[in-house]
Design a protein around this ligand. Structure first.
Ligand SMILES: NC(=O)c1ccc[n+]([C@@H]2O[C@H](COP(=O)([O-])OP(=O)(O)OC[C@H]3O[C@@H](n4cnc5c(N)ncnc54)[C@H](O)[C@@H]3O)[C@@H](O)[C@H]2O)c1
Length: 229
């Protein structure tokens, strides 16, 4: 997503708890001549999220678009035995993280309009067994998106969610790495018969942030090869 925004001419601030990954992403962007900056931020820490947004505005003057993408999978367990610390951490990152980011972004976009995309999941539209925390957090992201869209519309700020199906990223690859049969069964549930590529999610996100999507707000758009159809 950072590369796609940079290719479209945006100055990009990359935020993550992973310093090496963030630095590598920024290096790739800068190699193409883009303006890019990495700032370490744990989105589960409200104070860190506020400092992050202060720094973005002090360096670049304003914030036009934001993508709230940080997320973790958490434990796989039945609800009866689901570890509570796992529950709390998944909700802290995936749901409170989006809430803290929205608070800071909406404040800073209020005078100038803007577009925000929150990354939910197909797990925001249906329950995934053994993934109670992830499913609850991603349903919550859609709820927050709908509230934010209605509250922010008067400032011409659009807020949407994107709900990807299984996508080839470091979060997903370990789930199928040692089980090709499982991967095939998962693909059978997707009418287009494959998993998503990160570029396909990025294209949707940048489109939602663009003027082409200027009348779209409060939506939770599935990018799922037809799975939820
Ligand atoms: N890959 C999939 O199949 C899939 C499907 C649907 C939705 N999603 C969602 O897409 C988003 C991106 O996931 P991904 O697949 O690229 O996973 P990923 O693990 O490759 O990337 C997630 C990034 O979030 C960062 N992160 C984790 N905790 C953080 C925190 N507390 N503060 C800041 N950064 C933090 C990680 O360091 C990592 O760089 C997530 O919200 C995920 O739930 C992924």
């Amino acid at each position: 997503m950072a590369r796609r925004f940079a290719a479209l001419g945006a100055s990009v601030v990359v935020c993550d708890v992973d310093d090496d990954g963030g630095a590598e992403t920024v290096r790739l962007l800068q190699e193409t001549g883009a303006v890019a900056l990495f700032i370490n931020c744990d989105v589960a820490d409200a104070n860190a999220v506020a400092r992050l947004h202060d720094e973005i505005v002090s360096r670049f003057g304003r914030l036009d678009c934001a993508v709230n993408n940080a997320g973790i999978g958490g434990p796989w367990e039945r609800i009866e035995s689901y570890p509570r610390d796992g529950w709390e951490r998944v909700l802290a990152v995936n749901l409170s993280g989006v809430f803290y980011c929205l608070q800071e972004q909406l404040k800073r976009m209020a005078d100038s309009s803007g577009a925000i995309v929150n990354i939910s999941s197909i797990a925001g539209k249906r329950g995934l067994p053994y993934q109670a925390a992830y499913t609850a957090s991603k349903h919550g992201v859609i709820g927050l998106t709908r509230v934010a869209a209605q509250e922010a519309a008067r400032c011409n700020i659009r807020v949407n969610a994107v709900c990807p199906v299984y996508t080839h990223t470091p979060l997903f690859e370990p789930m199928i790495a040692d089980n090709p049969r499982r991967a095939e069964k998962m693909k059978e549930r997707i009418p287009l018969r494959r998993f998503a590529h990160p570029q396909e999610i990025a294209d949707t996100v940048t489109w939602l942030c663009s003027d082409q999507a200027r009348f779209i707000t409060g939506q939770a758009l599935n990018v799922d090869g037809g799975m939820t159809a």
